[in-house]
Design a protein around this ligand. Structure first.
Ligand code: SAH
Length: 499
């Protein structure tokens, strides 16, 4: 038996507040058992084949009872699985991590806590409130306002404390917390704040004093405070206005989807980093992967040209040759054409020189370039071509060759399969009314295939990408120049116009 359970703190919501250790453990998980407070993006670190088990409250269902959660952890670990129990914030702060670790240890199952960034500190910070400060507060007291917690709160003791008070699980109790602190003798003009969904795009902060906080929150938005929320009481709250760093970022409060083809790897893309640094909440979706087509290649002699239209096609071609114990020398003196520089690089890394690459990197430009060469009187070979590419590749190339009366065979080497990433397999995934930033046409197609029912506002890096987005029925906008910075600028523009 090699099973083990890690109790991992996922942080308060912003996926970048997951620890490096938490990320490593998630990336190696067989099973992920998660709560409803896990931030969007965090589950994206789990391998696509990992089993995801939602034990939180979602879609109107009640949360799975604690005993059952422990049962799941024990069962999966006994099957030899690497189990990640993912919790909001820190696993040992009001997260029942202690109980779960005890249950596992009693059964002799190895269990390791991975500390997380707690909402008790990070949520106030995200709203411009440092929980301690030399001039205002020299202690911090974190309490739960949850009624079912065994010992009732001693408000007399709390009211006497000089430090900052942070209440968790108190969204429906804001009025009562403030009243009872005042009744216990605390100054009714003590600054207080409530922060909902801290560190996420939907963060909302309401500040006031004990005497008016509940009313202020209701006036700001009915029906008042919604969970998850923290209540902060103390003089440090007065700093919130001047230290409100989030308000200064252009994309604060905005959610942007960044769909990525699987070949690009996930998480940590440059575009994601750029958008996050401007304040956006970024959801990366890995929306497709490639899969080899298991069919033998024809005999490769007798062709004048071999034509490759993607780097992946080149890789699958050589894999196929090798799997069938064949040899590239079969191609004899055939020439090689590539659609663009990335494809060319992969071919040349195999020790083969590319003879033709069009000046514009597209299937139709490649078709025209091949026709020009083959129609020239200098071309004296068989004039037969072999197209080595994806199943249902873009039709332009074949059409142009056919129109030129050229003789070609086509071998589909691989196909693109849509996948839905861990994040979007969540029952509470919310993909409605989204702005998405696309860096290539294939990520548009991959996304459209994986999420046929989702309509996005598509911000595109260039013309080809925009064309694909329009064909998928999306509303579009193109970056001024084809750089990631300009793409991020275009995203900002879309939100400015939407205001
Ligand atoms: N272990 C968690 C706390 C679990 S109790 C931690 O360390 O953060 C759940 C409570 O945490 C919620 O009721 C709420 O008070 C607080 N909380 C968690 N995430 C929050 C967020 N993004 N914004 C505001 N409060 C949050």
């Amino acid at each position: 038996m090699n099973g083990k359970v890690w109790l991992v703190g996922a942080g308060p919501g912003d996926p970048e507040l997951l620890t490096l250790k938490g990320k490593r453990v998630l990336e190696q998980a067989d099973v992920v058992v998660y709560d409803r407070l896990i931030g969007p993006g965090v589950l994206g670190y789990a391998p696509p084949e990992a089993e995801l088990i939602d034990v939180g409250k979602s879609g109107g269902r009640h949360p799975v009872p604690q005993g059952e959660i422990e049962g799941i952890l024990i069962e999966k670990a006994l099957e030899g699985k690497r189990v990640v129990r993912l919790k909001g914030g820190d696993p040992f702060l009001f997260g029942r991590g202690g109980e779960e670790m005890t249950a596992l240890t009693d059964r002799g199952i190895p269990c390791e806590p991975v500390s997380g960034v707690t909402s008790a500190i990070a949520v106030p910070a995200s709203a411009g409130i440092p929980v301690t400060h030399r001039d205002y507060a020299s202690s911090l007291h974190i309490v739960t306002a949850h009624k079912r917690w065994d010992a009732p709160l001693d408000y007399d003791a709390l009211a006497r404390l000089e430090g900052t008070l942070v209440f968790l699980m108190g969204a429906s109790e804001v009025g009562e917390i403030c009243e009872r602190l005042i009744a216990a003798g605390m100054d009714k003009n003590t600054p207080a704040a409530v922060i909902e969904r801290g560190t996420t795009a939907r963060q909302r902060r309401v500040t006031g004093v004990l005497a008016n906080l509940a009313r202020a929150a209701r006036d700001d938005r009915s029906p008042g405070v919604q969970p998850p929320a923290v209540v902060v009481v103390g003089r440090v709250v007065a700093l919130a206005e001047t230290l409100d760093w989030r308000a200064r970022l252009p994309l604060t409060g905005r959610r942007v989807l960044v769909p990525l083809p699987a070949s690009r790897g996930k998480n940590g893309g440059r575009l994601t980093a750029l958008l996050r640094s401007r304040g956006a909440e970024v959801l990366e979706t890995l929306s497709s992967r490639t899969e080899a087509i298991d069919a033998p290649l024809p005999h490769l002699g007798g062709y004048e040209w071999l034509v490759f239209t993607s780097a992946a096609g080149v890789e699958f071609f050589f894999e196929r040759l090798r799997a069938d114990r064949r040899d590239i020398r079969e191609i004899d003196a055939a020439k090689i054409a590539a659609v663009g520089s990335a494809t060319k690089d992969v071919i040349e890394s195999r020790g083969l020189r590319v003879d033709l690459i069009p000046s514009v990197y597209s299937g139709s430009a490649l078709g025209k370039a091949l026709r020009t060469v083959l129609e020239s009187p200098l071309s004296a070979g068989s004039k037969r071509l072999l197209l080595l590419r994806a199943e249902r590749g873009a039709p332009d190339l074949a059409r142009i060759l056919r129109e030129g009366g050229l003789d070609f065979d086509e071998v589909p080497l691989y196909r693109t399969v849509p996948i839905v990433s861990g994040d979007d397999r969540r029952e509470d995934a919310d993909l409605g009314d989204v702005t998405a930033a696309f860096t290539c046409a294939s990520s548009v197609r991959g996304f459209a295939a994986s999420y046929p029912d989702v309509r996005v506002r598509a911000v595109c890096i260039g013309e080809q990408t925009e064309k694909a987005a329009r064909e998928s029925g999306y509303e579009t906008r193109v970056a001024r120049k084809a750089t990631l910075e300009d793409l991020a600028d275009a995203v900002e523009e879309v939100f400015r116009l939407a205001k």
